[in-house]
Design a protein around this ligand. Structure first.
Ligand code: INI
Length: 159
């Protein structure tokens, strides 16, 4: 049986509404690489430059409320979240990283607007740099492509 042919997958079409990127300023030089990766990928998949809006928040902890507020405006097809939380840098890693992830999850579930998680949570700065376009891909880019897929899949589900 060809079960693959029964699957419903999201495509990667550019949506008609805008896409928001919510990015934190903490660890800015690494987050900037995630933004570049996300922006580049969105353009490569056909999203027009002027359809991408970038919103900066102070730290990863503030990402969820910005996402929730943006989602509630109804102006965005989806939101890419970008940030960097490094365990070695703070004793309150668990109070920042966990709530950030949970908050984003809650925001997307309560608004039904897809949000992808491009927030790096690493042991040290080297791991973060590696995942921001050095040796281990660019998680910003992955989050952007994943968002397009989810926007398209939810479009099919909600059709
Ligand atoms: N915010 C981050 O985005 N990454 C971190 O590694 C981090 N550390 O190390 O503490 C961090 N803290 C700030 C936090 O996100 C809030 O902005 C701050 O607590 C004010 O609410």
């Amino acid at each position: 049986m060809d079960l693959k042919s029964r699957e419903i997958n999201g495509t990667f079409n550019a949506p008609s509404k805008n896409i928001a990127i919510v990015a934190s300023r903490f660890n800015e030089f690494i987050v900037d690489r995630l933004i570049s990766g996300a922006f580049d990928s969105l353009l490569r998949y056909g999203v027009k430059n002027d359809k991408i809006e970038i919103f900066r928040v102070p730290g990863a902890y503030e990402i969820p409320i910005a996402c929730q507020s943006l989602a509630k405006t109804g102006r965005y097809a989806g939101i890419v979240t970008l940030g960097v939380v490094i365990r070695g840098e703070t004793t309150h890693f668990d109070y920042v990283a966990g709530p950030c992830a949970n908050g984003i999850l809650q925001a997307q579930l309560s608004t039904n607007i897809p949000m992808t998680f491009g927030v790096l949570t690493t042991e040290n700065i080297e791991q973060a740099v590696a995942r921001a376009g050095a040796t281990a891909g660019n998680k910003g880019s992955e989050a952007a492509v994943g968002l397009l897929e989810m926007i398209n899949l939810l479009g099919k589900i909600n059709d």
